[in-house]
Structure formats: C-alpha cells, structure tokens
Write a protein that binds this ligand. Structure first.
Ligand code: 5GP
Ligand code: ZN
Length: 113
C-alpha cells in the first residue's frame, strides 16, 4: 500500500533501525520507545490487522518472535516482556499494517506501572 508507513519501511523508502529481517518478516525499533528496546515485528505483505492474516502469514510472523524476544532479552536484560497486538482504533491501533509490539519491562521505573 503506497501510503502505508510500514510498507515504506519494508520497501526501504523510509529508514528504520532494523533488528531482524527475512523473506517474510521485518522487525525494527519503534520510533517512540515506550521502554528501552521497544520493537515491532511486521509481515512484509500489507495486512491491516489480525483478521486479514492467513495461517501462513501468521506462522511466518510468530515463528520469529521467540528469537527476536530472546535477542532483546540478551541485549537489554529486562525483567519481563509484553508482546502486544492492537487491532482497531478502539484497541489502540494507530498504524494499520499488522504488527506485534515487543515491549521489554524493567519494573516500577519503566514508566508503565
Ligand atoms: P499501534 O498504536 O498501531 O499499535 O502501534 C504503532 C506503533 O508504530 C507506535 O508505537 C508508533 O510509535 C510506531 N511508529 C509509527 N510510525 C513509525 C515510524 O515511522 N517508524 C517506526 N520505527 N515506528 C513508527
Ligand atoms: Zn503496509
């Protein structure tokens, strides 16, 4: 989709701090880090939300989540981690290209309570 910011990241039209990439998936640092290491995992194909994912696309995405989470755990040494996906404005979705947030958690000091 030409006006989708995440498609532009996939195509290299706008820069992103990529932490992982393969044929189907790319992961990059969120531009507005809610905590240190906040990362997004997206399919390269434009799918708006969870309802549009095929089982194959879902497999491609979730297949790489554990290794990315482990890499973030090693790098940032958080106490815990949230993996979150928002679907629809009411659920907090602001970019309408499916993505999973990996949010390292550091305890009381991380600002998320
Ligand atoms: P949502 O609210 O849709 O679940 O999450 C969208 C996320 O995308 C937000 O955390 C926001 O900071 C991030 N984001 C929006 N635009 C950009 C961008 O151009 N680059 C990167 N790296 N992240 C972005
Ligand atoms: Zn897109």
């Amino acid at each position: 989709m030409s006006d989708c910011i995440f498609c532009k990241i996939v195509n290299g039209e706008i820069p992103a701090a990529k932490v992982f990439e393969n044929e189907h998936v790319v992961a990059f640092m969120d531009i507005s880090q809610v905590t240190k290491g906040h990362t997004l995992v997206i399919p390269k194909v434009h799918k708006e939300n969870v309802y549009e994912l095929t089982p194959e696309i879902a497999r491609n995405i979730y297949e790489v989540v554990p290794s990315i989470a482990n890499a973030l755990k090693k790098e940032f040494e958080p106490a815990a981690m949230n993996t979150i996906n928002n679907n629809g404005e009411l659920a907090g979705q602001t970019v309408f290209h499916f993505h999973i947030h990996l949010i390292p958690r550091y305890g009381k000091g991380d600002g998320l309570g």
